[in-house]
Design a protein around this ligand. Sequence first.
Ligand code: HEM
Length: 360
Amino acid sequence: HGCDGLRLAPGPWQLPVIGSLHHLAGQLPHRAMRDLARRHGPVMFLRLGEVPTLVVSSREGASEVMKTHDTTFATRPLSATIRVLTNGGRDMAFAPYGDYWRQLRKIAVMELFTARRVLSFRAIREEESRPHFRLDMDAVKSVIFDIFGAGSETSTTTLEWAIAELIKNPKVMHKATAEVRRVFEARGAVAEHALGELPYFHLVIRETLRLHTPVPLLLPRECQEPCQVLGYNVPRGTQVLVNAWALGRDERYWPDAPEEFRPERFEGGAAAVEFRGTDFSFLPFGAGRRMCPGMAFGLANVELALASLLFHFDWEVPPAAEFDMSETFGLTARPKAKLLLRPVLRVPIVGVLSTGKGDR
Ligand code: HEM
C-alpha cells in the first residue's frame, strides 16, 4: 500500500475492501476502539474501509498529535458525506487547514468566541433558561424540551448526561443542589454572573465531561506530511482519531474508579487536571490549533441551564422507569434512552404567577 519499509503502528488483522471495519461491527466505535487499543497499543493502525486511520488512545500519543505535530495534523479528512454537507469544506470545522480556515477561525475567535461576546449573550441565555409559561405540567415539559432542544447537540448532550448521573448518584445530586440553593436562595433565581460561587457544581460539570465525553473521538484529523507518533511512522493522508472518551476512563490517568461518577476526584489527586487542552488525559474539547473555539460558549449554556434545573426543581424518577445509561451512535454520544423524570417545584419562579402578561 505504498508504505513499504515504514514502521506502521500495529493493529488488528484486515480484510480486503472493508479493512478493519469488522472489528468495530455491532459496537460503538469509541468503545470498540478502546478495547482494541488495549490489545494493540496506544497508537493503532486501522483501515476503515479504504481510509487508513491511526487511533490514538494515550496521553503521550494525544500530546504528539495535538502538540508536537499539531500543524501536521491540523487538517481534517473530507468524506463524501461531509463534502456534501459542508459545501466542500467551506465551513470552519471541516475546512482544510490553510488560509481560508485561518481567516474563518480568526474572525470567529475575535468576533464570536471572546469572553466579552459570550458574556453579551447572557441576557438571552437567562431568558431562555427561565420558565415563562403558566406553571402547569405542560409548561414545565415545554421548558425542559426547550432547554434540551435549544443550543447545540454538544451542549444538550452534556446537560442530559449531567442530569442522568445526578439522578443515578443521589448523594452528588443532593450536594450540588444544596450548593446551588444556598448560593442563590436570597436572590430567588440563578444569576449567571454568580455561578463562580459554585465550586462543587463545577466539579460535577468536569466529571460529566470526563465520563461522558460528548464528542468521543473528537473531530477527525488528517496527516498532512509524513511524521512519527510514539515512534511509528504515519503516512501522509492518514486519518487520525483521538479517543478522548477512552482517555477519560483510563485507569492509568484516573486511578480512582474511572468508570464511576465521582466529582470529588477533582478535589483529590486529579485537582489540577483541567479540560482546556493542556492536560492530554482530559480532552473533551480537543487541543491544539483545531481545538473547540466554542468551549466558553458551550459551558455557559450548560452551566446556566443545569444550575436553574437544580435550583427550582427536585427531580424524581417515575416508578418503574427504565434507567438506561447506554449511548447512541453518532458524532456525539447522547444517552440512548429518553430521560423521563418528574420535576417537583421547590423554589417558585419569581414573577411568573403574578402577571401572566409576559406569557408566550
Ligand atoms: C459542551 C460543548 C462542546 C463540546 C464538548 C465541544 C467539543 C468539540 C470538539 C471535541 C471539537 C474538535 C476539536 C479537535 O479537533 O481538537 C470541536 C470543534 C469545534 N467546535 Fe465545539 N464543542 C462544544 C460546543 C461548541 C459550541 C457551543 C460551538 C459554537 C457555538 C462550537 C464550535 C466548534 C467549532 C466551530 C469547531 C471546529 C473548530 C475547527 O475545526 O477549527 N463548539 N468542538
